[in-house]
Ligand binder design. Structure first.
Ligand code: NCD
Length: 325
Protein backbone atom coordinates (compact mmCIF):
# COMPACT_ATOMS: atom_id res chain seq x y z
CA UNK A 1 0.00 0.00 0.00
CA UNK A 2 2.73 2.43 1.07
CA UNK A 3 4.68 1.96 -2.16
CA UNK A 4 1.71 3.23 -4.08
CA UNK A 5 1.93 6.64 -2.35
CA UNK A 6 5.70 6.75 -2.54
CA UNK A 7 5.55 6.29 -6.31
CA UNK A 8 3.24 9.23 -6.95
CA UNK A 9 3.70 12.98 -6.43
CA UNK A 10 1.08 15.34 -4.97
CA UNK A 11 -0.65 15.52 -8.36
CA UNK A 12 -0.79 11.70 -8.59
CA UNK A 13 1.83 11.75 -11.34
CA UNK A 14 4.61 9.19 -11.46
CA UNK A 15 7.52 10.24 -9.23
CA UNK A 16 9.30 6.87 -8.91
CA UNK A 17 8.58 3.58 -10.67
CA UNK A 18 8.98 0.80 -8.13
CA UNK A 19 6.13 -1.62 -8.77
CA UNK A 20 3.07 -2.05 -10.97
CA UNK A 21 1.08 -3.01 -7.87
CA UNK A 22 -1.56 -0.47 -6.93
CA UNK A 23 -1.08 1.83 -9.93
CA UNK A 24 -4.28 2.87 -11.67
CA UNK A 25 -5.23 1.65 -15.13
CA UNK A 26 -5.00 5.18 -16.62
CA UNK A 27 -1.40 5.53 -15.52
CA UNK A 28 -0.43 2.16 -17.00
CA UNK A 29 -2.15 3.11 -20.27
CA UNK A 30 -0.33 6.46 -20.24
CA UNK A 31 3.00 4.59 -19.98
CA UNK A 32 2.01 2.40 -22.95
CA UNK A 33 0.84 5.39 -25.02
CA UNK A 34 3.94 7.43 -24.22
CA UNK A 35 6.12 4.46 -25.21
CA UNK A 36 4.18 4.19 -28.46
CA UNK A 37 5.00 7.84 -29.22
CA UNK A 38 8.72 7.10 -28.74
CA UNK A 39 8.92 4.10 -31.07
CA UNK A 40 9.37 6.22 -34.19
CA UNK A 41 12.55 7.83 -32.80
CA UNK A 42 14.35 4.51 -33.32
CA UNK A 43 13.79 4.84 -37.06
CA UNK A 44 14.94 8.46 -37.33
CA UNK A 45 18.40 9.35 -38.60
CA UNK A 46 19.15 11.15 -35.36
CA UNK A 47 17.80 8.84 -32.66
CA UNK A 48 17.52 11.52 -30.01
CA UNK A 49 15.05 13.90 -28.36
CA UNK A 50 16.09 16.55 -25.84
CA UNK A 51 13.63 15.69 -23.04
CA UNK A 52 16.29 14.77 -20.47
CA UNK A 53 19.02 17.14 -21.67
CA UNK A 54 21.12 18.26 -18.70
CA UNK A 55 19.92 15.39 -16.50
CA UNK A 56 22.19 12.68 -15.17
CA UNK A 57 20.93 9.11 -14.96
CA UNK A 58 22.82 6.56 -12.87
CA UNK A 59 22.49 2.86 -13.61
CA UNK A 60 23.16 1.30 -10.23
CA UNK A 61 23.31 -2.46 -10.77
CA UNK A 62 24.09 -4.74 -7.85
CA UNK A 63 23.11 -7.81 -9.89
CA UNK A 64 24.09 -9.04 -13.34
CA UNK A 65 22.12 -7.81 -16.32
CA UNK A 66 22.55 -7.42 -20.06
CA UNK A 67 19.24 -6.50 -21.67
CA UNK A 68 17.87 -4.40 -18.85
CA UNK A 69 20.99 -2.34 -18.22
CA UNK A 70 21.74 -1.69 -21.86
CA UNK A 71 18.18 -0.74 -22.78
CA UNK A 72 17.99 1.62 -19.79
CA UNK A 73 21.26 3.15 -20.99
CA UNK A 74 20.05 3.47 -24.58
CA UNK A 75 16.74 4.94 -23.40
CA UNK A 76 18.52 7.58 -21.31
CA UNK A 77 20.86 8.43 -24.19
CA UNK A 78 18.00 8.75 -26.67
CA UNK A 79 16.42 11.24 -24.26
CA UNK A 80 19.77 13.15 -24.29
CA UNK A 81 20.63 12.47 -20.64
CA UNK A 82 24.16 11.87 -19.39
CA UNK A 83 24.52 8.28 -18.19
CA UNK A 84 26.73 6.78 -15.52
CA UNK A 85 26.99 2.99 -15.24
CA UNK A 86 27.94 1.61 -11.87
CA UNK A 87 28.27 -2.15 -11.60
CA UNK A 88 28.58 -3.10 -8.00
CA UNK A 89 29.77 -6.68 -7.59
CA UNK A 90 27.15 -8.48 -5.52
CA UNK A 91 29.72 -9.94 -3.14
CA UNK A 92 30.97 -6.52 -2.03
CA UNK A 93 27.59 -5.14 -1.15
CA UNK A 94 26.14 -4.80 2.24
CA UNK A 95 22.58 -3.59 2.33
CA UNK A 96 21.64 -0.67 4.58
CA UNK A 97 24.52 1.63 5.36
CA UNK A 98 26.43 0.91 2.19
CA UNK A 99 23.42 1.54 0.03
CA UNK A 100 22.70 4.83 1.79
CA UNK A 101 26.34 5.84 1.54
CA UNK A 102 26.35 5.14 -2.18
CA UNK A 103 23.18 7.17 -2.53
CA UNK A 104 24.57 10.18 -0.65
CA UNK A 105 27.71 10.15 -2.77
CA UNK A 106 25.78 10.06 -6.01
CA UNK A 107 23.46 12.80 -4.81
CA UNK A 108 26.51 14.90 -4.02
CA UNK A 109 27.39 14.58 -7.71
CA UNK A 110 23.96 16.03 -8.55
CA UNK A 111 22.49 12.97 -10.21
CA UNK A 112 18.78 13.12 -11.08
CA UNK A 113 17.69 9.53 -11.54
CA UNK A 114 18.73 6.18 -10.12
CA UNK A 115 17.96 3.01 -12.01
CA UNK A 116 18.43 0.31 -9.39
CA UNK A 117 18.78 -3.44 -9.67
CA UNK A 118 19.40 -5.29 -6.43
CA UNK A 119 19.25 -8.87 -5.18
CA UNK A 120 17.23 -7.84 -2.14
CA UNK A 121 13.49 -7.24 -2.36
CA UNK A 122 12.73 -3.67 -1.30
CA UNK A 123 16.09 -2.12 -2.25
CA UNK A 124 14.70 0.38 -4.79
CA UNK A 125 11.91 1.27 -2.39
CA UNK A 126 14.50 1.92 0.34
CA UNK A 127 16.46 4.28 -1.92
CA UNK A 128 13.26 6.05 -2.96
CA UNK A 129 12.43 6.65 0.70
CA UNK A 130 15.79 8.28 1.36
CA UNK A 131 16.62 10.23 -1.78
CA UNK A 132 16.47 13.99 -2.38
CA UNK A 133 13.17 15.50 -3.64
CA UNK A 134 14.41 16.07 -7.20
CA UNK A 135 15.55 12.45 -7.64
CA UNK A 136 13.48 9.70 -9.24
CA UNK A 137 14.13 6.01 -8.64
CA UNK A 138 13.33 3.34 -11.21
CA UNK A 139 13.26 -0.26 -10.07
CA UNK A 140 15.13 -2.46 -12.55
CA UNK A 141 14.41 -5.59 -10.50
CA UNK A 142 14.56 -6.16 -6.73
CA UNK A 143 15.00 -9.73 -5.48
CA UNK A 144 11.93 -11.74 -6.31
CA UNK A 145 9.65 -8.76 -5.63
CA UNK A 146 9.12 -6.56 -8.70
CA UNK A 147 10.41 -5.69 -12.16
CA UNK A 148 7.90 -3.09 -13.31
CA UNK A 149 9.53 -1.91 -16.55
CA UNK A 150 9.80 -5.51 -17.78
CA UNK A 151 6.11 -6.02 -17.02
CA UNK A 152 5.23 -2.87 -18.98
CA UNK A 153 7.37 -4.03 -21.92
CA UNK A 154 5.34 -7.21 -21.90
CA UNK A 155 2.02 -5.31 -21.70
CA UNK A 156 3.17 -3.15 -24.62
CA UNK A 157 4.06 -6.25 -26.66
CA UNK A 158 0.71 -7.88 -25.87
CA UNK A 159 -1.22 -4.70 -26.78
CA UNK A 160 0.61 -4.41 -30.10
CA UNK A 161 -0.39 -7.93 -31.07
CA UNK A 162 -3.80 -8.29 -29.45
CA UNK A 163 -5.05 -4.65 -29.23
CA UNK A 164 -7.44 -5.25 -26.29
CA UNK A 165 -6.78 -6.78 -22.89
CA UNK A 166 -10.34 -7.57 -21.80
CA UNK A 167 -10.80 -10.65 -23.99
CA UNK A 168 -7.49 -12.38 -23.32
CA UNK A 169 -6.33 -15.59 -21.69
CA UNK A 170 -2.70 -15.24 -20.63
CA UNK A 171 -0.58 -18.13 -19.30
CA UNK A 172 2.62 -17.54 -17.32
CA UNK A 173 4.68 -20.73 -17.17
CA UNK A 174 7.62 -21.67 -14.97
CA UNK A 175 9.34 -20.43 -11.85
CA UNK A 176 6.59 -18.16 -10.53
CA UNK A 177 7.90 -18.45 -6.97
CA UNK A 178 11.16 -16.59 -7.60
CA UNK A 179 10.02 -14.38 -10.45
CA UNK A 180 9.79 -10.62 -9.91
CA UNK A 181 8.69 -10.42 -13.54
CA UNK A 182 5.68 -12.68 -12.93
CA UNK A 183 4.54 -10.64 -9.91
CA UNK A 184 4.72 -7.36 -11.80
CA UNK A 185 3.02 -8.90 -14.84
CA UNK A 186 0.14 -10.30 -12.79
CA UNK A 187 -0.58 -6.87 -11.22
CA UNK A 188 -0.40 -5.13 -14.59
CA UNK A 189 -2.48 -7.74 -16.44
CA UNK A 190 -5.25 -7.63 -13.87
CA UNK A 191 -5.28 -3.79 -13.72
CA UNK A 192 -5.48 -3.66 -17.51
CA UNK A 193 -8.51 -5.95 -17.39
CA UNK A 194 -7.27 -9.39 -18.49
CA UNK A 195 -10.04 -11.72 -17.27
CA UNK A 196 -8.12 -15.02 -17.40
CA UNK A 197 -4.60 -15.04 -15.96
CA UNK A 198 -3.16 -18.52 -15.52
CA UNK A 199 0.03 -19.56 -13.79
CA UNK A 200 1.41 -22.97 -14.68
CA UNK A 201 4.18 -24.58 -12.62
CA UNK A 202 5.07 -27.48 -10.36
CA UNK A 203 3.68 -27.13 -6.82
CA UNK A 204 7.14 -26.26 -5.49
CA UNK A 205 7.41 -23.20 -7.77
CA UNK A 206 4.05 -21.58 -7.02
CA UNK A 207 4.02 -18.97 -4.22
CA UNK A 208 1.61 -19.51 -1.35
CA UNK A 209 -0.14 -16.20 -2.07
CA UNK A 210 -0.91 -17.11 -5.72
CA UNK A 211 -4.65 -17.59 -5.31
CA UNK A 212 -5.01 -14.21 -3.56
CA UNK A 213 -3.55 -12.57 -6.69
CA UNK A 214 -6.66 -13.55 -8.65
CA UNK A 215 -4.90 -16.03 -10.94
CA UNK A 216 -5.86 -19.56 -11.90
CA UNK A 217 -3.24 -22.06 -10.84
CA UNK A 218 -2.42 -25.09 -13.02
CA UNK A 219 0.10 -27.84 -12.43
CA UNK A 220 -0.54 -29.49 -15.76
CA UNK A 221 0.88 -27.72 -18.82
CA UNK A 222 -1.62 -29.20 -21.31
CA UNK A 223 -4.62 -28.05 -19.29
CA UNK A 224 -3.14 -24.62 -18.62
CA UNK A 225 -2.31 -23.88 -22.25
CA UNK A 226 -5.72 -24.84 -23.57
CA UNK A 227 -7.02 -21.99 -25.74
CA UNK A 228 -4.69 -19.22 -24.48
CA UNK A 229 -3.85 -16.08 -26.50
CA UNK A 230 -0.50 -15.35 -24.87
CA UNK A 231 2.15 -17.62 -23.33
CA UNK A 232 4.86 -16.08 -21.16
CA UNK A 233 7.71 -18.48 -20.35
CA UNK A 234 9.98 -17.84 -17.37
CA UNK A 235 13.50 -18.94 -16.60
CA UNK A 236 14.22 -21.30 -13.72
CA UNK A 237 15.93 -18.94 -11.27
CA UNK A 238 18.42 -21.41 -9.85
CA UNK A 239 20.35 -18.60 -8.17
CA UNK A 240 17.34 -17.85 -5.96
CA UNK A 241 16.55 -21.47 -5.07
CA UNK A 242 17.76 -22.29 -1.59
CA UNK A 243 16.94 -26.00 -1.80
CA UNK A 244 16.23 -28.62 -4.42
CA UNK A 245 12.77 -27.62 -5.60
CA UNK A 246 12.97 -29.56 -8.81
CA UNK A 247 14.02 -32.91 -10.18
CA UNK A 248 16.42 -32.62 -13.14
CA UNK A 249 16.21 -29.98 -15.87
CA UNK A 250 15.54 -32.82 -18.28
CA UNK A 251 12.51 -33.90 -16.21
CA UNK A 252 11.33 -30.28 -15.95
CA UNK A 253 11.50 -29.86 -19.72
CA UNK A 254 9.47 -33.03 -20.22
CA UNK A 255 6.69 -31.71 -17.99
CA UNK A 256 6.79 -27.92 -18.47
CA UNK A 257 8.96 -27.25 -21.51
CA UNK A 258 7.27 -25.48 -24.41
CA UNK A 259 7.49 -27.50 -27.62
CA UNK A 260 5.64 -27.23 -30.93
CA UNK A 261 3.26 -29.97 -29.80
CA UNK A 262 2.36 -28.11 -26.61
CA UNK A 263 2.01 -24.83 -28.51
CA UNK A 264 -0.69 -26.42 -30.67
CA UNK A 265 -2.96 -26.51 -27.59
CA UNK A 266 -3.13 -22.69 -27.52
CA UNK A 267 -5.06 -20.45 -29.96
CA UNK A 268 -3.73 -20.55 -33.54
CA UNK A 269 -2.56 -16.92 -33.29
CA UNK A 270 -0.92 -17.32 -29.88
CA UNK A 271 2.17 -15.23 -29.13
CA UNK A 272 5.10 -16.64 -27.14
CA UNK A 273 7.03 -14.34 -24.85
CA UNK A 274 10.06 -14.62 -22.53
CA UNK A 275 11.77 -11.79 -20.61
CA UNK A 276 15.17 -13.43 -21.21
CA UNK A 277 17.65 -14.86 -20.66
CA UNK A 278 16.31 -18.04 -22.29
CA UNK A 279 17.59 -21.45 -21.33
CA UNK A 280 17.01 -23.37 -24.52
CA UNK A 281 16.02 -26.96 -23.90
CA UNK A 282 15.06 -26.19 -20.29
CA UNK A 283 11.97 -23.99 -20.47
CA UNK A 284 11.50 -24.00 -24.21
CA UNK A 285 12.59 -25.71 -27.37
CA UNK A 286 14.65 -23.71 -29.86
CA UNK A 287 12.03 -24.34 -32.56
CA UNK A 288 9.55 -22.38 -30.42
CA UNK A 289 12.00 -19.67 -29.26
CA UNK A 290 12.87 -18.93 -32.88
CA UNK A 291 9.50 -19.90 -34.36
CA UNK A 292 6.76 -17.84 -35.99
CA UNK A 293 4.80 -17.30 -32.77
CA UNK A 294 7.78 -15.95 -30.85
CA UNK A 295 7.87 -12.22 -30.11
CA UNK A 296 10.85 -12.47 -27.75
CA UNK A 297 13.15 -10.13 -29.69
CA UNK A 298 10.34 -7.61 -30.11
CA UNK A 299 10.14 -7.50 -26.31
CA UNK A 300 13.81 -6.45 -26.24
CA UNK A 301 13.22 -3.64 -28.77
CA UNK A 302 10.18 -2.43 -26.83
CA UNK A 303 12.40 -2.17 -23.76
CA UNK A 304 13.89 1.06 -25.08
CA UNK A 305 10.54 2.80 -25.71
CA UNK A 306 9.03 1.72 -22.38
CA UNK A 307 12.10 2.86 -20.46
CA UNK A 308 12.12 6.18 -22.33
CA UNK A 309 8.45 6.60 -21.39
CA UNK A 310 8.96 5.94 -17.70
CA UNK A 311 12.09 8.12 -17.56
CA UNK A 312 10.40 11.07 -19.22
CA UNK A 313 7.24 10.73 -17.11
CA UNK A 314 9.07 10.57 -13.76
CA UNK A 315 11.34 13.49 -14.64
CA UNK A 316 8.25 15.69 -14.89
CA UNK A 317 7.28 15.05 -11.27
CA UNK A 318 6.32 17.85 -8.92
CA UNK A 319 9.47 18.82 -7.01
CA UNK A 320 7.45 20.01 -4.05
CA UNK A 321 6.04 16.57 -3.30
CA UNK A 322 6.49 15.51 0.30
CA UNK A 323 8.51 12.46 1.27
CA UNK A 324 5.34 10.44 1.74
CA UNK A 325 6.20 6.94 2.80
C1 NCD B 1 14.57 -11.13 -15.69
C2 NCD B 1 15.09 -10.61 -14.39
O1 NCD B 1 16.25 -10.27 -14.25
O2 NCD B 1 14.27 -10.52 -13.50
N1 NCD B 1 15.26 -10.76 -16.82
C3 NCD B 1 15.18 -9.52 -17.35
O3 NCD B 1 15.20 -8.53 -16.66
N2 NCD B 1 15.06 -9.41 -18.66
C4 NCD B 1 14.22 -12.56 -15.64
C5 NCD B 1 15.29 -13.56 -15.35
O4 NCD B 1 16.38 -13.26 -14.88
O5 NCD B 1 15.00 -14.75 -15.57
Amino acid sequence: MKQQHLQLDNNKRLRHFLTTEGLKRDLLVEILDTAESFTSITHQQVKKVPLLRGKTVVNLFFEASTRTRTTFELAAKRLSADVLNINVPASATNKGETLLDTLRNLEAMHCDMFVVRHQNSGAAHFIAQHCAPHVSVLNAGDGSHAHPTQAMIDMFTIRRHKQEFHTLSVAIVGDILHSRVARSQIHALSTLGVPDIRVIAPRTLIPAEASSLGVHVYHDLDQGLDGVDVIIMLRLQRERMSSALLPSEHEYFKLYGLTKEKLALAKPDVIVMHPGPINRGVEMDSSVADGEHSVILQQVSHGISIRMAVMSMTMQHDLHSGQDT
